[in-house]
Design a protein around this ligand. Structure first.
Ligand code: PEP
Length: 251
């Protein structure tokens, strides 16, 4: 079976301030990716930049979306549907980011969104992660619950269109998890996927997010036993983002 590429996803959130800046970042990142062989790079800009940036996509860099509305077309003022995304060659959508969960997105809604994403032929990057860690290890059950709810009734043949992004909420915008703790969690997530859904780790990628930068990216991926990273702040700094991708590509 063909080995899946590693995956580096940039989540720009509500940045940058102008389309001009957005174009500069994408152009500079693309320029830095010419030697990349084993890594798929996805940049997720705010919706307003998707159409004007879509022409800049290439085999090296694809665009993703940060969210969409799980309902079909219709009366949803201010919303964008998943079915509106593929026309801009969007291949990936982040679902259930902790910042959206904080706005009220629960496991049930995340599941609805995951089903919409995969039914549109795109790949869902499902964010899971505990808010805090307890000494008794209850957070493992929390992650299991998030994964089992998110994937409920997703047809097995579509599970290859799913990426699990493990993002401990306490690490986002703060301090990264250590590689050995990540290794422990990635083994646990693989076991959950196998036990609950019969999925082998070679069929589904697990990536890590939370304070990834050029100083920790390769150790997190190599020693943490994951297939890539989800990058927030550093994805807006083209030099750093390219460095992260190169480090991961060379593993
Ligand atoms: C994120 O918000 O998903 C994230 C990983 O952010 P940062 O890399 O800035 O911690």
């Amino acid at each position: 079976m063909k080995k899946m590429k590693k995956l580096v996803v940039g989540n720009w959130k509500m940045n940058p301030e102008s389309l001009l800046e957005a174009k500069k970042i994408v152009t500079e990142v693309k320029r830095g990716l010419r030697t990349i062989k084993n890594t798929q790079v996805v940049v997720c800009p705010p919706f307003v930049y998707i159409s004007p940036l879509s022409g800049l996509q290439s085999d090296l860099l694809m665009l993703g979306a940060q969210n969409a509305n799980a309902d079909q077309m219709g009366s949803r003022t201010g919303e964008v549907s998943f079915s509106q995304l593929p026309q801009f060659n969007i291949g990936f959508v982040i679902v259930g980011h902790s910042e959206r969960r904080k706005m009220g997105e629960d496991n049930e809604l995340v599941n609805k969104k995951v089903k919409s994403v995969v039914s549109e032929g795109m790949t869902a990057i499902i964010c899971v992660g505990e808010n805090t860690r307890d000494n008794g290890g209850e957070y493992f059950n929390f992650i299991k619950e998030q994964i089992s709810c998110a994937l409920k009734d997703v047809p097995k043949k579509l599970l290859t269109h799913v990426v699990i992004a493990y993002e401990p909420v306490w690490a986002i915008g703060a301090t990264a998890l250590g590689p050995s703790e990540l290794h422990e969690m990635s083994i646990y997530i693989k076991k959950v996927l196998k036990d609950l859904f019969g999925v082998f780790s070679s069929d589904m990628r697990i990536i890590y997010g939370g304070d990834v930068d050029r100083n920790n990216a390769d150790r997190l991926v190599k020693d943490g036993n994951v297939s890539g990273v989800l990058v927030g702040r550093a994805s807006l700094r083209p030099k750093d983002f390219v460095e992260i991708i190169k480090l991961i590509d060379s593993i």
